[in-house]
Design a protein around this ligand. Structure first.
Ligand code: SF4
Length: 432
């Protein structure tokens, strides 16, 4: 579907590299297994075309952050990665260093050449998918790396990578013993990366892991055991100096992600590559009647969620061709997403942004809280006094229950007028 993309002054970029060497048993992301170098190269060329197409329509915005995820970006051969990243710099008009440019890597494909190619183009943050240091658990997850490969990758990173490092760790893996969890946490303490993403394993329907459990070949941990493992890991991270700043994310001082808060604050970002999702401002047809949010050329600026198709369809089209799915986010959806993502963070959502984007002033927020006891009960009163709606620690642990209750209230909650998106009013990104 064609969209009239509205220019923005700055934006973040997510690039999806949907290639993996094999399938992890728990994974339900979009990825392709078995692609050869020619196919990967074609896909990267298409991503560059797409980047140029967007940059032109957005009228050359400043690129705030870039995140290259997957899939497994580290399986791109180093010379090809170098060509691609330089191409991206060119198409996005990057003249200055990008404040935060992250690339994901899996241990088995980390090499000095890969790290040098990334750093040479300006990538300054590496996200390493470790999950666990134990071979039996790695096998159960279907991970390609074994414990030796993880050790080798960490050694390579220690000598050849000067940028920031974040690692993914998983708890609640079927069959995980308390000793194994303690072992993982001890290794993490020794490594002491600046940033940790800590996930409790979710068994997604339709995955090989779900089938193995259904057939009785694996026994999942009980909900209580899963909660206990994750909370033990969280407590260890917090007691060793990490700040729990989002439900799954922990950082040493100054090491918080700059890119992810773009999602959490419902700010615009481009999604490039097969299967990528982005949210950008688009102009609706002129209606001449919007008191808030009217664009200079008539019509209204609204948020559109753009979802790219799978690899085959992506390659069959051209960058300008409308193969992507377009969903205009209505005001209620945008407001719910703002709470849904913002309440996962320690910062919460700011009253400034609620007022200026959603037209919710302090009395309106009070009315909302009064109608939603589940939210009011878990509100961090100190944050509220500082002009933020945030959950206390217990609330963040139980955030999904709070959000279910909030969704019901928002169904019938009247907004004062149409939202003004993507106005960025609290300056939080500039202060960071
Ligand atoms: S490497 Fe990542 S994207 Fe690929 S299958 Fe494993 S978890 Fe999924």
């Amino acid at each position: 579907m064609p969209v009239a993309i509205a220019p923005v002054s700055d934006i973040s970029v997510y690039v999806h590299i949907p290639f993996c060497r094999s399938r992890c048993s728990y994974c339900d992301f979009y990825f392709e297994v078995g692609a050869g170098s020619a196919l990967i190269s074609r896909a990267l060329d298409r991503v560059l075309e797409e980047a140029a197409w967007f940059a032109e329509r957005l009228e050359g915005p400043r690129i705030r952050t870039i995140y290259i995820g997957g899939g497994t970006p580290s399986l791109i051969p180093a010379p090809e990665l170098e060509r691609f990243l330089e191409g991206l710099r060119d198409r996005l008009g990057l003249s200055a260093p990008v404040r935060e440019w992250t690339i994901e890597a899996n241990p088995e494909s980390v090499s000095e050449e890969f790290l040098a190619a990334a750093a040479g183009a300006g990538v300054n943050r590496l996200s390493l998918g470790i999950q666990t240091f134990h071979n039996d658990l790695l096998r159960r997850l279907g991970r390609r790396a074994n414990a030796d490969a993880i050790d080798a990758a960490l050694e390579t990173i220690a000598t050849a990578w000067k940028g920031r490092l974040t690692v993914d760790l998983m708890t609640g893996i079927p069959g995980e013993t308390p000793d194994e969890l303690d072992g993982d946490l001890a290794r993490l303490s020794l490594l002491r990366p600046g940033h940790v993403s800590l996930y409790s394993l979710t068994v997604e329907p339709g995955t090989p892991l779900a089938r193995a459990i259904d057939r009785g070949r694996l026994t999942p941990l009980s909900e209580e055991e899963q909660d206990r493992s994750w909370i033990e890991a969280r407590d260890l991270l917090v007691s060793s100096g990490y700040r729990w700043y989002e439900v799954s994310n922990f950082a040493l001082a100054g090491e918080e992600s700059v890119h992810n808060p773009v999602y959490w604050r419902s700010e615009p970002y481009l999604g490039l590559g097969p299967g990528a999702v982005g949210t950008v401002p688009v102009r609706t047809a002129p209606d001449g009647a919007s008191p808030r949010g009217s664009g200079a050329h008539g019509g209204r600026i609204v948020a559109a969620r753009l979802t790219n198709p799978d690899l085959a369809t992506y390659l069959a089209g051209s960058a300008s061709e409308a193969t992507r799915d377009v969903e205009h986010l209505d005001d209620r959806t945008l407001l719910f997403e703002h709470f849904m993502l913002g309440l996962r963070t320690a910062r919460g959502v700011t009253m400034d942004r609620l007022a200026q984007v959603f037209g919710l002033d302090a009395p309106a927020v009070e009315r909302l809280l009064a109608r939603c006891p589940a939210l009011r009960k878990r509100i961090d009163r100190g944050a509220l006094a500082e002009g933020r709606v945030a959950l206390d620690d217990e609330g963040r642990l139980r955030v999904n229950g709070v959000l279910v209750a909030l969704a019901e209230v928002l169904d019938t909650f009247e907004l004062a007028g149409p939202v003004l998106w993507p106005a960025r009013t609290d300056g939080s990104d500039r202060r960071r």
